[in-house]
Design a protein around this ligand. Structure first.
Ligand code: MN
Length: 238
């Protein structure tokens, strides 16, 4: 995950070609980019265990996320011109550029790669547990208060039938929007805004510890969400 406009943060794993691509392709309107490489978790696997147990973190990152990443990479390897021309967010927002026979597979797996990289970076062992500043003001104005926002977020997760994500985004009209997204869809794929906060509500994200209790998982997940992260994104794009 790389923030871009004020200060570009690259990982050492990026090749100079990838760095040049990001420099050329990015505009501040998206605020950040997710690279086309598979990153380690930004903290220890057990360090979120008050909310998410170590075994779930390991399986989720090393198996589920890795599989999405590998499937995405296989399609990009078959179409090397795409990697040269576009960043990941640009590809997600322009799926027509992907050959038709791999488009759906690319959407699901590249969406999966983006979403998981986002989810890992959104969480922290030492989170800022509530929003501040502009984001707090927007949440208070649109949802009434942070606790009302949280209630609505949890209810959205409970109402989402099957597998998917709940995303809070900065939408195309400059407001916050909260919504359920099926499968690995996200606000870039739907072109409805810029993602700020995303919760994975696929059962693989919580089943070992919480079994069928999605509500308990989402409530506990809030305890490890670092609101400094969406605040930083908002600061880049506003
Ligand atoms: Mn997942």
């Amino acid at each position: 995950m790389k923030f871009i406009s004020h200060q570009v943060i690259y990982t050492s794993k990026l090749s100079s070609e990838q760095k040049a691509l990001l420099d050329n392709a990015l505009s501040p309107k998206y605020g950040y980019e997710v690279g086309l490489e598979f990153e380690s978790l930004p903290y220890g696997e057990g360090s979120l265990s008050k909310s998410i147990d170590e075994e779930t973190m390991i399986l989720h990152h090393d198996k589920h996320h890795k599989k999405y990443f590998d499937n995405m990479t296989a399609i990009l390897d078959e179409n090397p011109e795409l990697k040269k021309k576009y960043s990941l967010i640009e590809l997600l927002r322009n799926l027509d550029e992907i050959p038709k026979n791999s488009r759906e597979k690319f959407k699901n797996n590249a969406g999966g790669h983006f979403n998981h990289e986002f989810y890992w970076n959104l969480m922290s062992p030492k989170p800022q547990v509530e929003p501040k500043g502009d984001l707090k003001e927007m949440i208070d104005k649109q949802f009434g208060s942070f606790s009302k926002f949280k209630e609505e977020f949890v209810q959205t997760a409970l109402d989402l039938f099957g597998s998917g994500w709940v995303w809070l985004c900065f939408d195309n009209s400059g407001k916050l929007r909260l919504g359920p997204f099926a499968n690995q869809n996200n606000p870039h794929i739907e072109k409805c805004g810029i993602p700020l906060v995303g919760c994975d509500v696929w059962e693989h994200a919580y089943y070992l510890k919480y079994k069928n209790d999605r509500e308990a998982y989402v409530n506990a997940w809030f305890d490890v969400v670092d609101w400094a992260f969406p605040e930083k994104i908002l600061g880049e794009i506003k």
